[in-house]
Design a protein around this ligand. Structure first.
Ligand code: ADP
Ligand code: MG
Length: 489
């Protein structure tokens, strides 16, 4: 695939337009209790070197044993990315020296990965959608971590992460802007979270991106790329691409050339800088790991996993639009995070989906955002919000009172129906009582009453007055009807 960018995505140089081309290699930590080739725990945040088996520490003579759960997770991920599953794959040794890698090689997959070609459809906020090709997904071990701040003259090594399973997900160079790239990573993360194969927590390093960037004149062949290593937030991915594409354009316009190299993004300066010249595959002396047999799967194994897949964001979005009548925008907002989608569906069950969507998106999500809560620890539960919508739907409370009730439940908790009883928040539907208030207000404002026939806005003013004097509890439809009668409209 070699799609061209929409003209609006082109970057203006000093001397004509440029197109940026981006492909990503995403490292996603597999959700599993134990490591890829050992039984040690993958728990985050343990004391240094407390989750290290003899295999992870590369003691001589230790043998790796593949963790079947990690294989399942990789296959599920492949299926979620609509990718080909390779029934036979091979683990290779990728040889290099680094103090956080006691084996002297990483076990990875090179020529025969477990997952082949797939695709991810990315919907952008402007309604456009981009299909990003997935080249492959392979399984590999993570390395340990060097600690440079524990001793004045020495570095320490923590091997807790050594041997934890990673999936490397490689995209085709199908992205054409920083916005595309950010939306792609968000979508990929959402799919992984729905699948439960990676928690997607970029702050903890569970998901990190190597971002490959090149520039070209529109329609020209691909340019030479630079790879920005280990970018660990979606915002930084955008900043790194913006900086790097500008840098390459300036270099080329000044008559220079781009060297293929590995660069680092410095979030404090907002810049990328050179780390090393690009290494080639042959530098690593890949060869099949003699301690591991090729990994062979049966089609039944794959089919079973396929049957057990959850509904994924694209399917859920389509269902919310087709069966529940939601707009594409609302559906996008609701399906982006699995927890939000589950919450919404619990509220919408047996209720009007559009009203449920409106409350979840506007009242609840807005409030959660402002107060820095995630929906998982929402002070108002799906059951409580559902009860508020029921009280409103059956006419026990007005929309205005529903918002007050939401506020009370948010700060104090409790059963919405009981709160309405105890605090006398029920809507007044007693026509006689409302009529008395209407009569009083019309009688007190004869000049306004006289204007009402010419100026329809005056009716609104009267409605407001009646609602105010009833503490928001009068049934708005009854107020409207009685006022129209009284004013002769
Ligand atoms: P290598 O094997 O050297 O790592 P790959 O062909 O596997 O190279 O590509 C690695 C990543 O770089 C992929 O995500 C791919 O989409 C991306 N990529 C390849 N060519 C370009 C290019 N010209 N511009 C931007 N990204 C590219
Ligand atoms: Mg590669």
């Amino acid at each position: 695939m070699n799609a061209h960018a929409k003209p609006s995505k082109l970057i203006k140089g000093a001397d004509g337009d440029w197109e940026v081309v981006i492909g990503m290699e995403i490292h996603a930590q597999v959700t599993s209790r134990s490591k890829l080739f050992s039984g040690a725990s993958t728990a985050f945040g343990g004391a240094p070197n407390s989750h290290v088996s003899l295999v992870d520490a590369a003691m001589p003579g230790m043998l790796p044993v593949i963790n079947e759960e990690c294989v399942r997770q990789a296959v599920r991920t492949g299926l979620g990315l609509k990718a080909a599953i390779n029934l036979k794959s091979v683990f290779d040794r990728k040889n290099y020296f680094y103090p956080d890698l006691p084996q002297g090689y990483q076990i990875s997959q090179y020529k025969s990965p477990i997952v082949g070609e797939g695709k991810v459809v990315v919907d952008l906020p402007d309604g456009e959608s981009v299909t990003v090709g997935i080249e492959r997904v392979h399984l590999e071990q993570d390395a340990g971590k060097l600690l440079h701040d524990q001793h004045p003259t020495m570095s320490y090594v923590d091997l807790n992460r050594s041997g934890v399973a990673l999936m490397e997900i490689v995209s085709r160079p199908d992205l054409r802007s920083a916005e595309d790239a950010k939306a792609f990573v968000s979508k990929l993360r959402s799919i992984l979270r729905y699948l439960g194969t990676c928690d997607g927590d970029m702050e903890k390093g569970s998901l990190r991106a190597d971002v490959n960037v090149s520039v070209r004149r529109p329609g020209a062949p691909f340019g030479t790329r630079c790879e920005i290593k280990n970018v660990n937030s979606i915002r930084f991915i955008g900043q790194a691409i913006d900086y790097e594409s500008r840098r390459q354009i300036e270099t080329l316009e000044e008559g220079g050339t781009i060297e293929q190299e590995t660069r680092l993004f410095d979030p404090n300066k907002g810049e990328t800088r050179s780390m090393r010249s690009k290494e080639e595959a042959h530098d690593y002396r890949y060869f099949p790991d003699p301690d591991l047999l090729p990994l062979e799967l049966t089609q039944d194994f794959v089919d079973e996993l396929k049957k057990g897949l959850p509904e994924l964001p694209d399917q859920k979005k389509a269902r919310l639009i087709a069966d529940m009548g939601l707009s594409a925008y609302d559906a996008d907002v609701l399906v982006a995070e699995r927890e939000t989608a589950d919450f919404f569906e619990a509220v919408a069950r047996g209720r009007d989906p559009k009203i449920a969507a409106n409350w979840v998106i506007n009242e609840l999500a807005g409030r959660l955002n402002r107060e820095g809560h995630s929906i998982a620890d929402s002070p108002v539960s799906a059951g409580q919000l559902g009860a508020i919508l029921d009280l409103m739907g059956e006419g026990t409370i007005s929309g205005k009172i529903a918002k007050d009730l939401f506020e009370i439940v948010w700060t104090e908790g409790g059963d919405p129906r009981a709160i309405v009883e105890q605090r006398g928040m029920k809507q007044v539907t007693d026509l006689g009582a409302i009529a008395a208030v209407v009569d009083g207000i019309v009688a007190a404002n004869p000049d306004k009453a006289a204007q009402a026939k010419e100026k329809p806005a005056v009716l609104g003013w009267f409605v407001g007055q009646v609602m105010k004097s009833s503490g928001g509890k009068a049934n708005p439809k009854a107020v409207n009807d009685l006022l129209k009668q009284k004013l002769g409209l």
